[in-house]
Design a protein. Structure first.
Length: 76
């Protein structure tokens, strides 16, 4: 029996995006965060995490949580 994510997929890049080390990434985040309302990046990160959880297990029943989007897949 194969694990659910055992397949390897070839991905072709359509864009040449720059790669950054930790220090340059933090600098970029700090500069962008200064332009946004307070807590915007954390709200976006939480939303992205919830969307990923729903994409991984879309049919799981949600359980009560403060944000209402966390599914039981996160707890598995």
């Amino acid at each position: 029996m194969n694990p659910p994510f055992s397949r390897t997929l070839a991905v072709q890049a359509q864009h040449n995006w720059p790669l950054h080390n930790t220090a340059s990434t933090r600098k970029i985040e700090h500069e962008l965060q200064a332009q946004l309302p307070h807590h915007t990046l954390m709200q976006r990160a939480g939303l992205a995490s919830a969307q990923l959880a729903l994409a991984v297990a879309p049919l799981r029943k949600p359980f009560g949580s403060p944000v209402g989007l966390v599914t039981t897949a996160v707890m598995a």
